[in-house]
Design a protein around this ligand. Structure first.
Ligand SMILES: NC(=O)c1ccc[n+]([C@@H]2O[C@H](COP(=O)([O-])OP(=O)(O)OC[C@H]3O[C@@H](n4cnc5c(N)ncnc54)[C@H](OP(=O)(O)O)[C@@H]3O)[C@@H](O)[C@H]2O)c1
Length: 300
């Protein structure tokens, strides 16, 4: 049994912390909005920590899953933050999707404090977190990543050490570039099918058994047809991720025109009020941009 603390009980963190407890670890949770920590403790037992520093004091391994760079910085470095409570020899594992620059900076600060750090962003979405089937991209030293691995096994379908600090975030950026392109293609394909008067469900079922298949198609096409977006991975988070990707690409002297275009399409979804909609809502932006058109020979 390891004494762990989990900070950030959102869509992802809440079920992930539950898996840690079911795997036999002693888990103390903290969440900025206390009600979520109370709900978690009512379900799994224990008492919420009163601050990130308080949570860190009780644990040898501390895990975070918060929002963007600023959020992680305040949780780790704030006046009552993790660093203020972390005992020397402890390990911080961060599951948030943030910049590689911040991950490297935190790793250096923690090393100075005699602690370890692993950047460990995840892929697999809300369903992957609930089912304990996440892919985890780990960046850090050999010894820190080896120490993290048995803990992460509680909710990992796959995990790998991809390089030194920051590399986990770089690998997650690759994931987001791929996901952005897949979702744009899926949305355009479904938009085309609708406007061409095809039976979209029938066509997508067939495409899903051929070379055009994808996780997004299999798991999202039915909800897209039903115009349901109140689930999954929020557009605001994808915008954050693609901004991080494009800044990193610019630093590498790379142009990613497809990713830039998808980022603009997500801006359009945000303008429709869809910041918290699932990322498959790219279809909504296409529908809003193109006036209704019934093709000749296809009665509405
Ligand atoms: N959802 C997905 O499918 C998915 C998949 C892969 C990666 N991720 C990444 O995982 C992270 C969390 O995503 P999520 O979907 O779980 O988000 P979420 O449901 O919006 O939850 C965010 C969590 O972070 C906390 N938080 C945010 N800002 C904070 C701050 N300044 N100080 C303290 N706590 C703060 C929130 O606390 P409150 O409850 O007080 O708001 C909440 O617990 C993000 O970096 C996201 O990009 C998400």
């Amino acid at each position: 049994m390891t004494e762990v603390a989990f900070l950030g009980l959102g869509v992802m963190g809440y079920p992930m912390a539950g898996h840690l407890q079911r795997a036999g670890h002693r888990v103390q949770v903290w969440n900025r909005t206390r009600a979520k920590a109370d709900a978690w403790c009512a379900q799994h037992g224990g008492q919420p920590a009163t601050s990130p520093a308080d949570a860190a004091r009780s644990a040898s391994i501390v895990l975070t899953c918060v929002g963007r760079d600023d959020d992680l910085e305040s949780v780790v470095l704030g006046p009552d933050g993790i660093l203020a409570g972390l005992r020397p020899g402890s390990l911080l594992i961060d599951h948030s999707t943030v910049s590689a620059t911040l991950s490297r900076r935190l790793a250096a600060m923690l090393q100075e404090a005699g602690c370890g750090f692993v950047d460990a962003p995840v892929s697999g979405g809300q369903q992957g977190a609930i089912n304990g089937q996440l892919s985890i991209f780990c960046g850090g030293s050999d010894s820190d990543v080896a120490r993290a691995a048995p803990v992460l096994a509680a909710y990992a379908r796959a995990q790998a050490h991809v390089g030194p600090s920051g590399s986990g975030q770089l690998a997650k950026m690759v994931n987001q570039i791929c996901v952005a392109g897949v979702l744009q293609g899926l949305s355009e394909g479904m938009h085309f099918a609708q406007r061409a008067g095809l039976d979209v469900a029938q066509v997508m079922a067939l495409v899903g058994q051929g070379a055009g298949s994808s996780w997004q198609l299999i798991n999202r096409h039915a909800t897209m047809i039903a115009d349901q977006y109140d689930h999954g991975f929020a557009v605001d988070w994808m915008r954050k991720d693609l901004d991080i990707v494009l800044a990193e690409a610019a630093g590498l002297g790379l142009s990613l025109p497809g990713t830039e275009h998808v980022n603009d399409c997500y801006r359009a979804v945000q303008a429709l009020g869809g910041g918290r909609w699932d990322t498959s809502s790219l279809l909504k932006a296409l529908q809003a941009q193109t006036p209704d058109h019934t093709p000749p020979g296809n009665p509405s």
